[in-house]
Design a binder for this molecule. Structure first.
Ligand SMILES: [Zn+2]
Length: 189
């Protein structure tokens, strides 16, 4: 009924407009969906609730790794969730029991703390083992993985450039694959 009252000219305009409307519909389709997003960091959770007086040192050690590398991010595990890394305090020497890359158990041992070793460097060092780094002893204070060999006066908790690159490589190689444990034995200190 409305068609009947359209003039021939109005109908022509309407028909001419249709392709334009179709074009607009196509243009409205999102075109940015194919843009490549940067590779996301692998999130590894830790539980420092058993780290007693070293809890804040462990949090600082985790934050240092987060500042230092892009391929992995250490986050406190949500309450009630099983963490990839358990951090405990005990009276022995600090040590790590690495599982598959990014998992395992860390002991912040009071024996070294009582001798004067820095708790944040210990935490960062042991987390380094969980991220796949071996000890590099003896070594200078600029190396995190030189551990206790750098002496009690060394308080540097930061990985050096080579240590950062090795962790990036470990996690870049693990993308989309299940990587076996770097080592299953206890890593002392
Ligand atoms: Zn070590």
């Amino acid at each position: 009924m409305h068609v009947r009252i359209l003039s021939a000219g109005a109908a022509a305009v309407l028909l001419a407009a249709l392709p334009t409307l179709g074009g607009q519909a196509v243009a409205a389709t999102p075109t940015g969906a194919t843009a490549l997003a940067p590779a996301a960091a692998r999130v590894v959770t830790y539980d420092a609730s058993g780290a007693a007086e070293f809890r804040s040192a462990v949090d600082r050690g985790a934050a240092i790794w987060n500042e230092s590398v892009d391929g992995v991010e250490l986050r406190p595990a949500a309450s009630g969730r099983r963490a990839d890394i358990r951090v405990l305090a005990d009276n022995g020497w600090p040590r790590a029991l690495p599982g598959p890359l990014g998992s395992g158990t860390v002991y912040i041992g009071r024996q070294a703390v009582n001798q004067g070793y820095d708790t944040v460097r210990i935490s960062s060092h042991e987390l380094g083992h969980i991220l796949g780094l071996p000890d590099r002893k003896p070594g200078p204070c600029s190396s995190l993985m030189s551990g206790s060999s750098a002496g009690v006066s060394c308080t540097n908790p930061y990985p050096n450039a080579a240590e950062k690159a090795e962790v990036e490589e470990n996690f870049s190689a693990s993308v989309g694959a299940s990587v076996p444990a770097v080592r299953s034995a206890t890593v002392g200190d």
